[in-house]
Design a protein around this ligand. Structure first.
Ligand SMILES: Cc1ncc(COP(=O)(O)O)c(C=O)c1O
Length: 420
């Protein structure tokens, strides 16, 4: 197997991602907005969907719709097979050891809440500490604050430096006998920083502390291998990975998931119910109460099939070139300050002007057909760290082009004229 991976012909390496072909797979990109071609640079919020994902959803509702796991009839068996096949694809995609480690949830937010409420409430007690970082999305802060209120545990925060990188020495200092869990993002949604999670997991494991990685912004850009990272939990959302909204994944190490009680009670998560005692279902169903987002799971499987049909090295090379190009082009704009200048970055350029509010920049860009995000990006502590109320954020996906970045730059220059 190893050998097969290593045989890469020079011809293959020299091939670039065929972006025109990729763009043709995403029908929404052909649209005009305010009479201008859509330039979609809000991929950090949600990515667009390839036609194959739309077709998978369509096919499911047109020909396969049925509830899963409980039916004995043809459609139910077919829907169950398709849903479980999607779980297998996701298992392979993140290289989990077993499909029992792949839990379907609504998204990253629900995955983190699941761990906080199930693992956290079972194993944390007053005085214990949970470490997060100063660059977390609110969904990797608030569930832990709720848990702290419930258990008497305390939240500790790894600071970030002026480039938007984690201060690892501070992390080492924060890790102690009291630490019972570390929960960090893999890639910052506000800054684009790639966090050295493998090293952080290693440091935590030296103290037998489990680590949750918030992979919401990582999976669309990086090849994620949960065994290589050696993390204990890995959370991500389908909708940022070219799949449907309302579906996401919690990967959990089998031993930990086994030791955790259910997060929610209901149908499908049981094996036997009596009024005296209920026996829970095996993994992963123990954590999947109620009818899930069946079409969403199947759609996410289709998104993964789509990605696996592309050459990952070409995708990452293309995205790296885009980010480099965008960073250089924006740096040239007078008065523009990039927030987040980490050495290891992916997918995001956030910026501010001293005299123009991010929302105003976003509104002018919208008139030019350019979709960006302006605000605090659900990461208010990051804004506080950099002393800004908001940033304008351009976030990229594999279908974006240099030409689109040129349009972004022109739009920013127009905003500068308007607010001169
Ligand atoms: C880093 C990060 N974590 C978590 C989330 C929450 O994801 P969702 O709203 O899909 O649950 C996001 C969404 O932007 C994110 O960027």
């Amino acid at each position: 197997m190893k050998v097969a991976h290593e045989i890469v012909t020079p011809k293959h390496l020299s091939k670039r991602l065929d972006v025109d072909k990729v763009r043709a797979d995403f029908p929404i990109l052909k649209q005009k907005i305010h009479g201008k071609p859509l330039v979609y640079l809000d991929n950090g919020a949600t990515s667009q969907k390839p036609q194959v994902v739309v077709e998978a959803l369509n096919r499911y509702y047109t020909a396969e719709n049925s509830n899963i796991h409980r039916g004995v009839h043809f459609l139910s068996e077919q829907a169950t097979a398709a849903y479980e096949a999607a779980r297998q694809k996701i298992k392979r995609f993140v290289n989990a050891r077993s499909e029992q480690e792949i839990i379907f949830v609504r998204g990253t937010t629900e995955a983190i809440n699941l761990v906080a409420q199930s693992y956290g409430r079972t194993f944390l007690k007053p005085g214990d500490e949970i470490i997060v970082s100063a660059m977390e999305h609110h969904s990797n802060i608030v569930p832990w604050q709720i848990l702290c209120e419930q258990t008497g545990a305390r939240l500790r925060v790894i600071p970030i430096n002026h480039d938007g990188e984690l201060v690892l020495d501070e992390y080492r200092r924060l890790l102690s006998q009291k630490t019972k869990l570390v929960s960090v993002t893999h890639v910052s949604n506000a800054l684009g920083t790639i966090v050295p999670v493998k090293e952080m997991v290693h440091l935590a494991h030296e103290r037998q502390v489990p680590v949750l990685v918030d992979g919401a912004q990582a999976v669309p850009h990086l090849k994620v291998d949960v065994q290589e990272l050696d993390c204990d939990f890995y959370a991500f959302s389908g909708h940022k990975l070219f799949g449907p909204t309302g579906v996401g994944i919690l990967y959990g190490r089998l031993e930990l998931l086994d030791a955790m009680p259910p997060y929610q009670g209901g149908g499908d998560m049981i094996s036997l119910v009596t009024f005296e005692k209920t026996h829970y279902n095996v993994l992963p169903y123990k954590f999947e109460a109620g009818t899930p987002h069946i079409a969403g799971g199947i759609g996410l499987g289709a998104a993964i099939d789509y990605l696996e049909g592309l050459e990952w090295q070409q995708v990452t090379a293309h995205e790296h070139a885009l980010l480099t190009y965008a960073t250089a082009a924006l740096t040239d704009i007078k008065g523009l300050r990039i927030i987040g200048t980490a050495k290891e970055k992916v997918g995001v350029v956030s910026f501010v002007f001293d005299h123009i509010h991010a929302h105003d920049v976003g509104t002018i860009l919208d008139q030019e057909g350019v979709a960006v995000r302006a605000g605090h990006h659900c990461a208010m502590p990051v804004m506080q760290r950099f002393g800004v109320p908001a940033t304008t954020r351009a976030s990229f996906a594999l279908y974006n082009t240099r030409h689109e970045i040129d349009i972004l730059v022109k739009g920013i220059q127009r905003a500068l004229e308007v607010f001169a």
